[in-house]
Design a protein. Structure first.
Length: 451
C-alpha cells in the first residue's frame, strides 16, 4: 500500500465514518477525507426525533467531540458532490471546486421514496431521513397544523407519528397492507403494534392508500384523498413508504448501478479503486440466505464500514454478515429480532412458538426447524441479550435449551422482567420436552412481581 495515497469517502453516516475510523486504526499514514453536504460532523440519525421533541440539541447527537477528527487526522469537508470523473479520479463539487482521490468510497445513504403521487412536492409534504428533513419538518409544523397524515407503515413512519403526537398534532396513518409492517412482522406482532398505536390515539387506517395530495391556493397541502375516495383535511403529510439508495448523481456514468451501486463481497464496484458501502450499496448476490441485496440497517452499515476499513488497509477479508439482528422502538415498546423470523413461513417446515403477556404489550416468538433447532426470535416489550441469541442461533441450539436458559438472556434486573418464568411454562405446554421452568425468586415474591 502506498503511504501517500488519498482515500476519499462520500458520506458521513455510520458506514462511512466506521470505514474511516477502522482504516485509521490500521494505517497511520494514509490520507483520509470524509465528505458530506448534510453536516460537517457525524451524528446519530436515529436521534433526530429527540431533537424535534426537544429532548436533545442537535450537537448532542454527535458521538465524538469536534477535536476528535483533527486528532485522528480524518479531514472533514462539508460539500455536495455534483459529479465524479472516474477516469481522472476527480470529484466535482456543486461549489465548483475539485478534489482528486486515489481510492473512493461511496457511502451516500438513502432518501425517502416518492411514487409520483399528485401533490407530493407541495409545501408541507416531506419524508424524514436527513438533517435537512428534520429542519424542514420543524418549519412545516411550526404553526397552523391541525392534523397530519403519514403515508406508509414502517419504522420511520412510527417515529414521525410519535414526533407529531408529542407536539399534540393529531395523526392519521395510512397503511396499504392489512397489518402494520405486515411485510416484516408476523400477524400477532403486527396486531400488537397496531393496538398500541391506536391506544396512543393514532388514527391507524389499514388497507388504505394515498390517491392524491390536494393543494391550497398557496401551493401548500390542505388535504389528501384516499383510494377509497375519502378526503382528509391536513396541513402536513409525511411520506414514509420506505427509502431508496441516494445515488441520482451517479446515474448515466460508467458505474454499474441497479437499485444501488453494485458491489461484490469486498465492496468493490466495476471500477477499480471505487467501493460502495451502507444503504446505497447493492450486492451482486445476497450475502446470506436470509439477507437482501440492499441492506438498509444501521447495524449492517457499521459492519460494511468496518470490513471495508480492513480491506483498504490491505487485509484480505470479505464481508460475512453473521446472524441477522435489528432493534427498534414502537412508541414506548422495544423490539428486537435475531436470526430468521419472516412475516410468513411454511408450517410444514417451520415450528412456531408464540407467547404474549395478558396486557397485550409484551411478546416472545421463536421459530424452529422440524428438528426443534432455533431459527430466530422476535421479542417485544423487554430486552434480551444479543450475545446469547447470536450464540444460540450460530450453534443451532434446541428450542427447549434456549427456553430453559432464557433467564440468562434477560437484560433487565430480575424483578422488573420476570417473563422468563411464564414463557417456559407456555413452551412446555405446547411442545413438552425437558424444559426448565424457573420459580420466582425471593425478591420477586417480596415485591409481588408477576406476569
Amino acid at each position: 500500500m502506498s503511504s501517500n495515497r488519498h482515500v476519499v469517502i462520500i458520506g458521513n453516516g455510520i458506514a462511512g465514518i466506521t470505514c474511516a475510523r477502522q482504516l485509521r486504526k490500521l494505517d497511520d499514514t494514509v490520507k483520509i477525507t470524509v465528505i458530506s453536504g448534510e453536516s460537517t460532523y457525524f451524528f446519530s440519525r436515529t436521534a433526530l426525533m429527540y431533537v424535534f421533541m426537544g429532548h436533545m440539541k442537535f450537537e448532542h447527537t454527535q458521538p465524538y467531540e469536534n477535536w476528535f477528527w483533527e486528532k485522528n487526522r480524518i479531514e472533514l469537508k462539508e460539500a455536495w458532490v455534483k459529479s465524479i470523473n472516474f477516469s481522472s479520479k476527480n470529484l466535482l463539487f456543486q461549489s465548483g471546486e475539485n478534489m482528486p482521490y486515489d481510492e473512493l468510497v461511496i457511502a451516500t445513504g438513502s432518501k425517502p421514496n416518492k411514487f409520483g403521487w399528485p401533490g407530493e412536492d407541495l409545501q408541507g409534504v416531506q419524508g424524514l431521513y436527513s438533517k435537512q428533513d428534520l429542519e424542514l419538518m420543524e418549519e412545516n409544523t411550526a404553526s397552523g397544523v391541525k392534523r397530519a397524515v403519514i403515508v406508509g407503515g414502517g419504522l420511520i413512519g412510527i417515529e414521525m407519528a410519535e414526533m407529531l403526537a408529542y407536539k399534540k398534532i393529531p395523526v392519521t396513518f395510512l397503511v396499504r397492507e392489512s397489518g402494520f409492517w405486515s411485510n416484516v412482522l408476523p400477524k400477532e406482532e403486527s396486531e400488537l403494534v397496531s393496538r398500541h398505536m391506536r391506544e396512543h390515539h393514532i388514527d391507524l387506517r389499514l388497507n388504505e392508500e394515498l390517491d392524491e395530495i390536494i393543494s391550497d391556493p398557496n401551493a401548500r397541502v390542505k388535504a389528501i384523498r384516499t383510494k377509497s375516495g375519502e378526503e382528509i383535511e391536513c396541513q402536513f403529510v409525511g411520506l414514509t413508504a420506505g427509502v431508496t439508495p441516494s445515488i441520482d448523481f451517479l446515474r448515466n456514468t460508467e458505474l454499474d448501478i441497479n437499485r444501488g451501486v453494485k458491489v461484490d463481497f469486498g465492496f468493490q464496484t466495476n471500477i477499480p479503486n471505487v467501493y460502495s458501502i451502507g444503504d446505497c450499496a447493492e450486492f451482486h448476490e445476497v450475502p446470506a440466505a436470509d439477507r437482501k441485496p440492499v441492506e438498509q440497517v444501521w447495524y449492517t452499515g457499521r459492519m460494511h464500514g468496518e470490513t471495508l476499513g480492513y480491506i483498504l488497509a490491505g487485509k484480505k477479508v470479505t464481508y460475512k454478515p453473521g446472524i441477522w439482528f435489528n432493534s427498534a422502538k414502537f412508541l414506548d415498546i422495544e423490539y428486537q429480532t435475531y436470526g430468521t423470523v419472516p412475516a410468513r413461513w411454511d408450517a410444514e417446515k417451520v415450528k412456531s412458538f408464540y407467547w404474549e403477556h395478558a396486557g397485550g404489550k409484551i411478546s416472545f416468538r421463536m421459530l424452529m426447524d422440524l428438528q426443534g433447532k432455533i431459527l430466530g426470535v422476535n421479542n417485544f416489550g423487554f430486552r434480551l441479550r444479543h450475545e446469547f441469541f447470536d450464540q444460540a442461533i450460530r450453534e443451532a441450539w434446541d428450542g427447549a435449551k434456549v427456553i430453559s436458559k432464557l433467564d440468562k438472556a434477560d437484560f433487565d434486573p430480575e424483578f422488573f422482567a420476570p417473563y422468563y418464568i411464564e414463557i417456559p411454562k407456555a413452551f412446555k405446554s405446547q411442545f413438552g420436552g425437558d424444559v426448565k421452568v424457573s420459580k420466582k425468586t425471593f425478591i420477586q415474591k417480596l415485591f409481588g412481581a408477576s406476569v
